[in-house]
Design a binder for this molecule. Structure first.
Ligand SMILES: NC(=O)c1ccc[n+]([C@@H]2O[C@H](COP(=O)([O-])OP(=O)(O)OC[C@H]3O[C@@H](n4cnc5c(N)ncnc54)[C@H](O)[C@@H]3O)[C@@H](O)[C@H]2O)c1
Length: 427
């Protein structure tokens, strides 16, 4: 299809959905024709922020306002996805609801033969993940999963180093993700199993996908442990820092964190108490995966890293050297949430080389998010919709494999045993 023929709808216009709509609308004015949400308040607050009428709440998808007009507010809005898809003439859909509704929305779009851009994870339960895979594995239209880090220049460079044999044959990987904004996941809907599944499906799914993309091998089995040691408790589910009597004394109050560590105060709908009773997901997990050929990958994520203590990436050990991939090489954010310095790095040390021959590469992404991956990832979606090729396919198969890794690791935590991923039939 030509880009001027694009008629995009969005289902779930929150942080991610609104930002995706804005990206397409800025890039191709008039391309986003309608949207649906149970409640349009996040969309309205985000647009207000863009036009200087309130705080910009688009979080990790922040972008420049250029090209957007106030008229964008007036595109048709629905509270029911079926009603929108029955009434509006659309050919592509962004699915950005909370994770529990992804599978249902994919099914609605498949029934109507629409191009599909679904947020990660593809779904959160075993049945829904298999359903989405069955619906999309041979789908003749575009179907992508939003793995925002795939398009980051540092991710592609690391992948190319391994493909080109710079470190020889992969032997093992040691990878961590210490999330310096981890408390944020416990301040809104992402804190309960029924909406999010678990935090591997929410967070590690990106890292698993990056590891898969870099090493180019297929995972076979998983062993994992997890626990919740920081968040949850017996505070009321509806308590927010705004009304809490411990607003300025509680170390986890968003206001106290701003005072102590200049941590940006999140949007109003993301200020619930991190010690709420309903919190039922783990806040740290460690998993080991065995890949084909006996390659072992260890992975650990924690949601309790301090503001300047975020770490993401790992060591890729090959027969001819080691590659250290660091997403947060340098990172400085203002209390207003503006990133003033940010870069990723790759360091490669090879056997039989003098120290000065080490490879050191820096990828500057200050001002952009997801390590520069959002913009390149969105360009890739546009390329697929307009019948062009791109290296950043973010295919359903990639989304399915990563989701299956998260499920297997969770099952291992619950059943205390090694779990086979059951991917043999598709690999
Ligand atoms: N790729 C990334 O880097 C990235 C980053 C953040 C979030 N996400 C994903 O994006 C999705 C949304 O997350 P978010 O941070 O935007 O959350 P959000 O709460 O800001 O937005 C979700 C929106 O979906 C709406 N919604 C829920 N059920 C719906 C339904 N049945 N019909 C219509 N609308 C419905 C909610 O009202 C809300 O406005 C999640 O799946 C999350 O995993 C991906």
């Amino acid at each position: 299809m030509k880009q001027e023929e694009l008629k995009i709808a969005c289902i779930g216009a929150g942080n991610s959905g609104t930002s995706h709509m804005i990206w397409f609308e800025q890039r191709i004015p008039g391309s986003v024709v309608t949207f649906c949400d149970l409640d349009r308040s996040i969309f309205d607050m985000t647009i207000d922020g863009y036009f200087g009428k309130g705080a910009n709440i688009s979080g990790d998808f922040k972008q420049d306002v250029g090209g957007l007009t106030e008229a964008f507010r007036e595109i048709p809005f629905y509270t029911n996805a079926d009603e929108m898809l029955n009434n509006e003439d659309v050919n592509a859909v962004l699915i950005c609801t909370s994770c529990d509704a992804h599978a249902e929305m994919v099914e609605k779009c498949v029934k109507r033969g629409l191009h599909i851009m679904v947020e990660k994870p593809i779904a959160i339960t075993e049945d829904d993940i298999e359903k989405v895979w069955d619906l999309l594995k041979d789908y003749p239209k575009v179907s992508t999963v939003n793995f925002t880090m795939r398009g980051a220049p540092v991710s592609l460079a690391a992948k190319h180093h391994v493909e080109n044999g710079t470190i020889g044959k992969i032997v093992s990987v040691q990878y961590v993700n210490n999330v310096h904004y981890g408390d944020g996941y416990f301040r809104h809907w992402m804190r309960t199993q029924n909406r999010v599944g678990n935090l591997m499906l929410q967070k590690a799914t990106h890292d698993f996908d990056i590891i898969n993309s870099i090493i180019g091998l297929k995972p076979v089995s998983a062993a994992a442990f997890g626990s919740r040691l920081v968040y949850g408790g017996d505070m009321p589910d509806d308590l927010t820092c705004d009304v809490c009597e411990n607003k300025t004394t509680c170390p986890m109050s968003v206001y106290r964190m701003f005072m102590d560590a200049s941590k940006p105060v999140p949007a109003p709908h993301r200020r619930q108490c991190v010690y709420a009773n309903e919190i039922d997901i783990d806040d740290n997990q460690t998993a080991i995966f065995q890949y084909e050929g006996g390659v072992n990958v260890s992975y650990s994520q924690s949601f309790n890293a301090p503001q300047q203590g975020g770490q993401r990436g790992g060591y890729f050990i090959g027969t001819e050297g080691i590659m250290h991939l660091k997403y947060y090489n340098e990172f400085v954010e203002t209390p207003q949430g503006q990133m003033i310095a940010g870069s990723s790095s790759i360091d490669i040390t090879r056997y039989h080389q003098k120290p000065a021959s080490r490879i050191h590469e820096v990828y500057d992404w200050a001002g952009n998010n997801h390590f520069d991956g959002t913009g390149f990832g969105m360009e890739a979606k546009l390329a697929l919709l307009t019948d062009k090729d791109t290296e950043i396919k973010n295919s359903i198969k990639e989304g399915y494999i990563s989701a299956k890794m998260c499920l297997a690791a969770q099952k291992s935590i619950e059943e205390k045993r090694v779990v086979d991923l059951g991917l043999k039939s598709i690999l």
